[in-house]
Design a protein around this ligand. Structure first.
Ligand SMILES: Cc1cc2nc3c(=O)[nH]c(=O)nc-3n(C[C@H](O)[C@H](O)[C@H](O)COP(=O)(O)OP(=O)(O)OC[C@H]3O[C@@H](n4cnc5c(N)ncnc54)[C@H](O)[C@@H]3O)c2cc1C
Length: 480
């Protein structure tokens, strides 16, 4: 490992996590020099937080799952554990739009799976036949499919109404995706595992409840992050706090080159490098640089461009991963101007409702300090894979559209305290059916290039914890 030079390309959360892990693992070792290249003037990528008057506005991700280790584990190692905040239990739950009106998602309904019978029987979201069909899930035989779409899985197990009225909007609210294309195995494999093990999602959910009850009757495990924070956590100062802590460690521990876009990566096989394969990185505005190892922590489409001269097959596989674009319209309102009590974390909108928004998150219901007590901070998502044409509207048109939808759905009156539009062009990867096979093909090609690793949310999970874990694994793999 003597005199190794490692490049990390991309300074979003995954690239920062990779560089940070390299620093953690190599410490002060002068024998490893890490350089982080970031195209923009700022490290942090698509996460960020703005303070607007008394409002704390996360412009991208606003929270993360605690049952995956990536984000909570990193926060602890960065000394941010005391800054983690749980969601407000008073408002836990979500609404789904039904016939133009917000209706509560039945208690115990978890993304694809009902775990309580009575709320399903009494919900106004499904017709009597829809409810019966859903409860008949226990009788549906196990499926045996190599890979199957979310829509296929849900129609098969729970029926079409459950798909249209509940699962499509709930999953679409996260992945902004078309359920007919989204791969179950790549996106939410745990429901396939539930089916495989118990033969039924409902039976699996009941078995899990029983286990939870038994666990609750034992002395509590205070080290469990899920128990301490709930399913989601955030940082008291917003996601920027995580980016800032990473930034300061990374800037202190490695060479950081901002505003330095990488344009290509080529292999070198240099006698001066003891015959070891290495990589030459071409930069847009500076001379080329040589490295022993490279971590590519960009979107798949950007990685595809960078790697087209190194491996055409890998580059075209990366290019084949589709992305959706979405915009968030952030708006702040006096509660006295809102007719609806907004008594949940937000609303998801089924495609069959034919509205122009995907979901609205009530940020200050999830995390109360994000807005003054007499106000609410809302983040409304527009576009995604199902309504790409809306992403192309001008900012003012988006604000107008959202204001009309919020007025119709929640009775939001008058002008907002402020409204702003944040755009995420081609930022959300779509794990379509066949995604896992594609990932295996990319891995096979990458294995031909020792010292090359990928980080980011393109391959193995789209959320913040996944992005962080991918960066850390990439760092560990290039040090091997
Ligand atoms: C609208 C939206 C909301 C989300 N909400 C949540 C949420 O609430 N919870 C959650 O867990 N996840 C959420 N996510 C997902 C999460 O934000 C991402 O998975 C994560 O931030 C991705 O980080 P990244 O570093 O992989 O990518 P990015 O943040 O995209 O970083 C990539 C970096 O690479 C740089 N770069 C690109 N090309 C080059 C080049 N050629 N040379 C040098 N640098 C380059 C870019 O400038 C950028 O800084 C959300 C995503 C979106 C789009």
């Amino acid at each position: 490992m003597a005199g190794r030079r490692i490049a990390v390309i991309g300074g979003g959360l995954s690239g920062l996590a990779a560089a940070h892990r390299l620093i953690e693992l190599t410490g002060e070792a002068a024998s490893v020099e890490t350089t982080l290249f970031e195209a923009s003037p700022r490290l942090g990528g698509i996460v960020g937080t703005l303070q607007i008057g008394d409002y704390l506005v996360d412009t991208g991700a606003d929270s993360f799952l605690t049952n995956k280790p990536g984000a909570v584990g990193l926060c602890k190692r960065l000394g941010l554990e005391h800054r983690l905040v749980a969601t407000d239990p008073r408002y836990r739950g979500a609404h789904v739009l039904y016939d133009g009106r917000p209706v509560r998602v039945p208690d115990g309904f978890q993304l694809v799976s009902p775990s309580a019978v009575w709320p399903m029987v009494t919900t106004p979201l499904l017709s009597p036949w829809g409810k019966l069909r859903m409860l008949m899930e226990c009788l549906v035989p196990r499926g045996h499919f190599a890979d199957e779409s979310l829509a296929h899985f849900v129609r098969r197990r729970l029926g079409r109404e459950a798909l249209d009225r509940l699962v499509q909007p709930l999953v679409g609210g996260i992945y902004t995706s078309d359920p007919e294309k989204l791969s179950m195995a790549a996106t939410i494999p745990r429901f396939l595992e539930m089916e495989a093990e118990y033969g039924s999602l409902i039976r699996a959910a009941f078995a899990q409840k029983k286990r939870d009850k038994q666990a609750a009757s034992k002395p509590s495990d205070t080290t469990s992050s899920g128990a301490r924070y709930g399913l989601f956590a955030a940082l008291a100062g917003g996601m920027e706090e995580l980016a800032a802590a990473l930034r300061s460690r990374v800037e202190a521990g490695c060479r950081v080159r901002k505003e330095t876009p990488v344009i290509s990566i080529h292999a070198t096989n240099d006698a001066a490098n003891n015959g070891r394969t290495g990589y030459r990185i071409s930069l847009k505005n500076a001379p080329d640089e040589d490295f022993d190892a490279v971590i590519v922590a960009t979107t798949a489409h950007q990685a595809s461009r960078l790697l087209s001269g190194l491996n055409v097959t890998m580059s075209s596989e990366l290019q084949g991963i589709e992305y959706a674009s979405s915009a968030i319209v952030v708006s702040a309102h006096k509660l006295s101007n809102v007719r609806h009590p907004l008594n949940s974390f937000g609303l998801v909108v089924p495609h069959c409702e034919r509205r122009r928004i995907l979901a609205t998150s009530f940020s200050s219901r999830k995390f109360p300090v994000r807005a003054p007590a007499d106000s609410v901070l809302m983040r409304t998502f527009v576009g995604g894979a199902m309504q790409p044409e809306l992403y192309d509207l001008e900012d003012d048109q988006l604000k107008q559209l959202v204001s009309e939808e919020l007025r119709d759905i929640f009775g939001v009156q008058g002008a907002p305290e402020f409204a702003l539009v944040v755009r995420y062009p081609r930022a959300m990867p779509q794990y379509h059916v066949g995604h896992l096979d594609r990932v295996a093909r990319i891995d096979a090609q990458a294995s031909l290039h020792p010292g090359l690793a990928f980080a980011g949310n393109a391959l193995r999970g789209v959320g913040v914890p996944d992005a962080i874990s991918s960066g850390e694994s990439a760092a560990e793999s290039v040090l091997k």
